[in-house]
Design a protein around this ligand. Structure first.
Ligand SMILES: NC(=O)c1ccc[n+]([C@@H]2O[C@H](COP(=O)([O-])OP(=O)(O)OC[C@H]3O[C@@H](n4cnc5c(N)ncnc54)[C@H](OP(=O)(O)O)[C@@H]3O)[C@@H](O)[C@H]2O)c1
Length: 277
């Protein structure tokens, strides 16, 4: 997927770096991409890896403003506490028609609008499989975003996974499913591996079995997202899988998962408040 528009990644660490690498793999021309980091060392490492123009804010105080002035899509990937300051930094130079995307957790569109009242803004909530271009990235635009701008943003973010559009007020619910969800799968893998060792398997083998099993099950879910149908298809009445699932149900596993996800969404909302939302 290519687009002749310019893209600037401001703050290019784990998350923005994952999206940037996806964008490069998807064939966006490197001359249409610039990036910034804070330190000169990270800028140099990223420039050497990607061949891109990467500027460091600590050695060039105009790095973010200059990249923003050049770009049609500006993707903000600094830590949440730095997002509003970064919006203020780029406000004077932002191109008319540019769209600003934030991938930061907990920073609302209203908080960004205080610094960029006239701008087209999109709040995005990605998840960590974006690193493998297998992420889920939500987009919530403000009222100033035109459909063509949103399509351009979706083509950039789509290089890191699947893009879904949701109203901003649903972001905390989305965090409870896809944002924090990869860690739930890792937690399940940890628990399965530990039990395998308790049942007599070599601990390393058990860890590998759990990881490969979740990888395979994840790939099957990628083909068919009807998890209940997939589960029922491999559950013979009174068989081994049936015994496990019935035990999970009797012990209230679904309730436990629901309480955990509710706590996750509630914490996401608290973090917004702590950040000034
Ligand atoms: N990691 C995740 O799984 C994840 C998931 C969802 C959302 N997010 C969001 O993604 C954002 C970044 O998280 P991360 O995990 O990617 O953090 P990170 O790896 O620490 O990346 C932060 C980046 O910002 C750079 N930076 C700091 N101050 C800067 C400045 N003034 N100008 C330009 N660049 C600056 C850092 O440069 P240096 O390397 O030189 O310090 C680094 O490249 C956060 O807002 C977070 O909420 C992350």
């Amino acid at each position: 997927m290519t687009d002749s528009k310019n893209i600037a990644f401001l703050g290019t660490g784990n998350m923005n770096g994952a999206i940037l690498r996806g964008v490069l793999s998807a064939g966006f021309p490197s001359e249409s991409i610039r990036a910034t980091t804070n330190s000169a060392a990270s800028a140099q490492a990223l420039a050497e890896e990607t061949g891109l123009d990467v500027q460091a804010a600590e050695t060039n105080t105009a790095a973010n403003a200059e990249a923003a002035a050049w770009a049609d899509v500006v993707v903000l990937g600094v830590k949440p506490k730095g997002i509003v300051d970064l919006c203020r930094e780029i406000a004077p130079t932002l191109k008319p028609g540019a769209v600003v995307v934030s991938v930061a957790a907990g920073v609302t569109l209203a908080m960004m609008e205080q610094a960029l009242p006239e701008a087209a803004l999109v709040r995005c909530m990605p998840n960590t499989p974006s690193r493998l271009q297998m992420g889920v990235l939500s987009v919530s635009p403000n009222a100033r975003v035109r459909e063509a701008q949103l399509a351009r943003v979706a083509s950039v973010l789509g290089a890191a996974g699947e893009v879904v559009r949701i109203p901003e007020e649903q972001i905390n619910a989305l965090i409870a499913v896809s944002g924090s969800g990869p860690a739930y799968a890792f937690y399940l893998a940890e628990a399965m591996a530990a039990t395998g060792a308790t049942l007599g398997l070599d601990a390393d083998l058990s860890r590998r079995l759990a990881a490969l099993t979740l990888r395979g099950a994840g790939a099957m879910l990628g083909e068919n997202d009807d998890a209940a149908a997939l589960r029922k298809a491999v559950t013979s009445p009174n068989g081994t899988t049936d015994k496990a699932i019935t035990t999970f149900d009797e012990l209230g596993m679904r309730e436990i998962i629901a309480r955990g996800q509710e706590a996750c969404a509630a914490r996401a909302s608290e973090i917004e408040q702590e950040l000034g939302g």
